[in-house]
Design a protein around this ligand. Sequence first.
Ligand SMILES: [Zn+2]
Length: 198
Amino acid sequence: MYLALIGIAFFLILTLIAIRLAWGKREPAVPNEEELIHKSGIFSVVRQSPRVNVYDYKPKEEEICQYLADTNVDIHGNTLLEADKQRLRKMWNNHLEASIRVVEQGDTKGVDFYYYDFEAEDPICADFVRKGHFVTREEIYKHPRLLPPFHVGCHCRLAGYHGTSEELRDTTKSTISPLFTDGECPPLPDWHTVLKPA
Ligand SMILES: [Zn+2]
């Protein structure tokens, strides 16, 4: 009799353990996106192409076109001819497309850092971004407006950084430094500020 009771109790305990294990499998703990990014540094979700939402943060060609229709001088008072306006529109499209491609290509190689460079003097950007400032892929993911151009006629370009993060953060040995200084996205030029192409 006692043996039978012990047997039943043992069977019940085993059943409870089996139920618990099965339940645990059905509900795996899914950490949220923030936790994953935090734990793994750069997680695949960050690698979504900026093309998906960049126009939520940057003006489209039509908007640039409309704005330039009523703008006849640049920030220095230089007259903008129709040919200049057409060139500025093309520059905007080409440069934004170039920035998107740099990031898309970088993502295929696991690039985590990007830096800014200038193909010509740019007095509008000078107060905000300088050559050698860098941003992380995660910062670009969170703030797509970090993709140049920053304003009409901008000469800023984005490039992938292929060295190690230790080299990048060693500011004593290089001229590169992070654009973000306190974890916040810093102010960037107003896109309406026009710089006439040379
Ligand atoms: Zn600029």
